[in-house]
Design a protein around this ligand. Sequence first.
Ligand code: ADP
Length: 627
Amino acid sequence: MQDKRIESIFKKIIYESSDIVFLTEDTHPYSIVYANKSFEEQVGAELIDRSLVGLGLDINSYITKEKLTFAYNKKYYSFEVELPRDSGSSYFLFYRGKKITAQRLPGEEDADKLLTSKLTNLVERVPGCLYQLTMDSVGKLKFSFLSKGIQSILGLSLEDEFQTLDISAFVSIVHPEDLPHVVMTSVESARKVEIWQCQFRVRSGSGSLQYRWVMSTARPEVLETGETKWHGYLTDISMNNEFQTKLEDARLAAEKANQVKSDFLSMISHELRTPLNAISGSVYTLFVEDPSEIQKSAINTINFAVDNLLVMINDLLDFQKIEAGKLTIEYRSTKLKDVIEKVLNGLSFHARDTGNKLELHLSDGLDILVKADKTRLSQVMNNLITNALKFTNQGTVDVRVENVGQTKNKVRVNFSVTDSGIGIAPEHKQKIFNDFDQVRPTFNSKYGGTGLGLSITKKLLTLMGGTISLESEVGKGSRFYFELEFDRVQEMPVDSTANASSSHVIEELHLLMAEDNEVNSLVLGKIIKKWGYTYHRVLNGKEAVEAARTGKYDCILMDIQMPVMDGFDAALEIKKFSGTPIIALTAAAKLEILERIDECDFDGFVAKPIDAVELFNQIRAAVEGNV
Ligand code: ADP
């Protein structure tokens, strides 16, 4: 009885004790079998039925200790622990429990220290300087933190001015030319609370006359006290800037080299065109003067060589124009069928010469008017077919053009050129579309070639909205193909009477030829006479203006580079009082000249050396347009 009373008194003492006391089982999950009032009040009454595992404790690491500290619900407790000492007991007793004020458990404190040391290490070792800069409510600036990196960047030690003085010490070493920018941008950053970033020069160490480039970036934060605090870093970018300067120099040098290349191409094509002009014109006149068979063969050879030279010059010119971004696609009403047939006709002689069969397969639905750049499309087809003929011996070149779908307004057309020639190895398939790339440059010695044809073809097609593809097998042949979409043009009924009258008009034409060069005028004169036309020659632009004012001409052929007054000024002058069509003739390939021809409202333009057929067509078109 006495014992029971004593036991009940002890129980009460324990229950009422200000220390936290509780008992758990000694096996997983260490269920709490008893907890006193302090436990209920301080740890939580609802936990009584729970366990140590439920409290989130890693039992194995704690239970072997005689003292235990643990956190629960962001509160910290320390206990002494009684382990079961004899086999009869199967409980852990936690007693002398106290809520403690520690913010961290001992393990956590260690982690904290580790983190701090890691951060310190990081702050000290990163290249550059980390800082905090504070601006108080009256606008006074002061560094509140500067990392050691400041020593290497500005050659200053932390013990001196920076830590103790305000910003004026720093300001004093900023390059005077950069200071306004530094101040303005930082004021702006504070006003808008936006990241501040600035590049400026600072003196390399106090007293030094040398400056180095630094860059700083900082994020501002407005504090409750009204202060603004920037958290940022400062880094030396002198090397970067040196690199940038070198890069800029290299860019300028490359640009200059490119300009030199461009000028060289212009100059060389100009220089080549002038003698070619004479050769080509003379060949034409020889051709129509009834040559013997032997002469004919020689003339053909010369003609062929001249044509090849012309192709090369034109390639160079196009290349230059595309490079300068000045080549535009000019969409005009065109009949695709006519364009392709014309290209094939033009190459039939070449096909015969190379012993190849050139076949054309046109699908239905190509006899329609579309908006296309006839010149550039012909050029693409011409390039592909010429290559096919060039690299095929006694074989077939098959040209297919197929309408693969059309709506009322659009038509999609597939073009392909297939040959049974030498083929292209897989490793060369991409390369051949590069500028100046040829698989075997020496192979071309027979026909010439600049290695530009396919690169120009690819670029032209890109401008027209197409992509060139290639399938090829060495020894079997190649197939180049692409697809283009064209806008359709509604066809107008043809006025046959208008055609008849205009063809009548061109029967006898009287032309004005403005040309200062003797050889050129001789060649041109012979060509004009062969057509049965008459002409009057003048020697410069001024004479051309006078002649146009006093005489009557159906068309004016105007050389561009002439003494006294050039072709541009003469054309502008004549256009003021006369509607006579004017065709520009020039050997100059310079882009500026081609552009000015566009500007001066010429009715046509023929490049020298003059292609007689081209000139004839241009005169006809200009005169017909003028009727
Ligand atoms: P090039 O002016 O030399 O013909 P291209 O750019 O037109 O320059 O062609 C580049 C190279 O691609 C040619 O030199 C040739 O090696 C190869 N090539 C082009 N077309 C064919 C083809 N149909 N068959 C075989 N090789 C070709």
